[in-house]
Design a protein around this ligand. Structure first.
Ligand code: NOJ
Ligand code: NOJ
Length: 573
């Protein structure tokens, strides 16, 4: 309905329009609505955010079912990254006051003691605050460790622009102390358990890890640039560790990124699409180490993610298997009965537009065995290889992928109410707008997707040439404490050791097996840190003057919890 209104308004006649002109007219009409809708939700003078302090972004004006009249660090930081990009790329020079307000508001919120802790004891992981900058003290999924990373990324983008424009004093004196608090938090706690961006699962989460990696990488570069050299090697070390851990989310047999280490779901999740678009760096080309939008892994993942929604939403029924559909957070979602989200559907389009811009800059498309199923959607005869931009294969693929990307925007156009407001979700059966109205993040996601379609290239952050370390730091990822107790009588000179299937238990090496303490003989004991949410096998061994005796089969087995600790009480076999 809406599409026809727009096209009619633009002077087209008739009811059949090409998808591209449909999308063009939707974007022309929706862009100013999205921009105004976003600014309406920022205090102190936003028209829908009465009571919000200056620079505070409300998630939505909705106060019931759901009540989103709070400020989330994630939403606010993504919204202000959009604003800072618009300002620094010269799209809108009127936004400077908003940016100054945001910096001031976040510097206040950082210091507010809250249920996650104080500024020095973990309070930076608090996900949401009241809009008057006081702590929200109700129960909630906390901490959420993506917030400080996203906030520092927004501010680092602004800092780099200021340095380019000769304002190093403000960067060093005002911005850097705020940025450093967030980066220190990320560097110190990236491998601890966190609630995911959907505030439901406490484990490790791809989006969180990916944005943490980005923030440390660009944070270390900024520190170098302004002479704050004392933090550089620490941030670089942790950035390498985070990048190493990031690889572990990839599921090679199924060709997608598993979004969370816990939660017991398929792991197909918009989390991973959002990670790719918010860590896009055109200078990195199609590098898979950072899951760039055009990397083979990110494209394979996009297909698996999109396909997971084809059969579960009635509004997707009848749509060809190679055309765009409405997508949501993850297929198992039950929030408001589980529906498509505007920002998730737009994120798919944005990843594809980012990919198109990157292929254009690289001058070719490379198809690998990993990305083959993605490309086969657009050419059934395509084979692995590199196709230069001068080839007809390149032209065919890029045209088809542009059409496919536009399809996701067309879905959003179809289900946007005629006044243009963007809520959080749209109903999987009727397509009607649902849940929080005027979701600030929905508006930001529209602006960034439209920008990418129009060719906007955001600033690089240092993804180019990063190398995944050959061995990851021990205990990367969330850990739990474990106590192993085993009853074992021994003869003089004989000791009990443990080894098992993970690095923390020395990977089945009898030579490097860990010695247990005989302080409570005949109980031998060891405390050790183990990876969380992991199935682990192990055995005790005896060593008598270098002679090794293994426990009899089978292996002992334990699955560690997502957090906390375990005690294993065993008897030597
Ligand atoms: C509110 C959270 O914001 C949302 O992400 C979550 O799905 C629901 N609570 C249900 O847990
Ligand atoms: C629920 C979403 O799951 C979460 O990501 C978001 O931060 C809040 N709503 C506020 O928009």
């Amino acid at each position: 309905m809406r599409v026809i209104q727009f096209t009619a308004a633009l002077g087209f006649v008739g009811t059949v329009f090409s998808q591209s002109s449909t999308v063009d007219s939707f974007i022309a009409a929706e862009s100013p609505i999205a921009k105004a809708g976003l600014l309406a939700n920022i205090g102190p003078s936003g028209s829908k955010s009465a009571g919000a302090k200056a620079g505070v972004v409300i998630a939505s004006p909705s106060t019931v079912n759901p009540n989103y009249l709070y400020t989330w660090i994630r939403d606010s930081s993504l919204v202000f990254k959009t604003i800072i990009d618009q300002y620094t790329l010269g799209t809108d020079s009127s936004l400077r006051g908003q940016i100054d307000n945001f910096i001031n508001a976040e510097s206040i919120i950082q210091q507010v003691s809250n249920p996650s802790g104080t500024i020095s004891t973990g309070g930076l992981g608090e996900p949401k605050f009241n809009i008057d900058e006081t702590a929200f003290t109700g129960s909630w999924g906390r901490p959420q460790r993506d917030g400080p990373a996203l906030r520092s990324t927004a501010m680092i983008t602004f800092a780099n622009w200021l340095l380019d424009n000769n304002n190093s004093t403000f960067v060093t004196n005002t911005l850097w102390p705020i940025i450093k608090l967030d980066l220190d938090y990320v560097a110190n706690s990236w491998n601890q358990t966190s609630f995911d961006l959907w505030e439901e699962i406490s484990s490790s989460s791809f989006f969180t890890t990916a944005v943490q990696h980005r923030s440390l990488r660009e944070g270390s570069a900024l520190a170098t640039r302004i002479g704050q050299t004392s933090v550089v090697s620490g941030y670089n070390t942790q950035a390498d560790n985070v990048l190493c851990f990031l690889q572990s989310y990839w599921n090679p047999s199924a060709g997608y990124v598993t979004a969370n280490t816990g939660g017991g779901r398929s792991g197909k999740d918009s989390n991973t699409i959002l990670a790719s678009i918010h860590t896009w760096d055109i200078a990195a080309g199609c590098d898979a180490a950072t899951f760039q939008p055009c990397s083979d892994k990110a494209l394979s993942n996009l297909k698996v993610y999109v396909d997971s929604f084809r059969s579960i939403y009635p509004i997707n029924s009848g749509i060809a298997s190679t055309s765009a559909v409405a997508t949501g957070r993850y297929p198992e979602d039950v929030y408001f009965n589980g529906n498509p989200w505007y920002l998730c559907t737009l994120a798919v389009a944005e990843q594809l537009y980012d990919a198109l811009l990157t292929w254009n800059s690289v001058g070719s498309i490379t198809v690998t065995s990993t990305s083959l199923p993605f490309f086969q959607q657009f050419s059934s005869s395509i084979t692995a290889g590199t196709y230069a931009s001068s080839t007809s294969t390149y032209s065919t693929l890029t045209a088809a992928i542009k059409t496919y990307a536009d399809g996701f925007v067309a879905i959003v156009a179809k289900y946007t109410p005629s006044a243009g407001g963007l809520a959080e979700q749209f109903d999987k059966s009727s397509g009607a707008a649902l849940s929080a109205a005027d979701l600030t993040w929905s508006y930001a996601s529209a602006l960034t997707a439209f920008g990418a379609r129009a060719g906007v290239i955001t600033a690089s952050w240092g993804a180019k040439g990063v190398k995944v370390p050959t061995t990851c730091a021990p205990n990367a990822g969330p850990t739990v404490t474990a106590t192993f107790n085993v009853q074992a009588t021994t003869q003089l000179g004989e000791n009990i050791y443990i080894t098992g299937s993970v690095g923390a238990l020395q990977n089945w090496s009898p030579d490097n097996a860990l010695l247990l303490s005989s302080a409570n003989y005949p109980t031998w004991s060891l405390n050790v840190t183990l990876p969380a949410s992991t199935s682990i096998e192990y055995k005790y061994i005896r060593k008598l003057y270098g002679q090794v005796t293994w426990e009899s089969d089978p292996n002992n087995q334990v699955t560690t919890p997502a957090s906390g600790g375990i005690v294993q009480n065993d008897t030597w076999r």
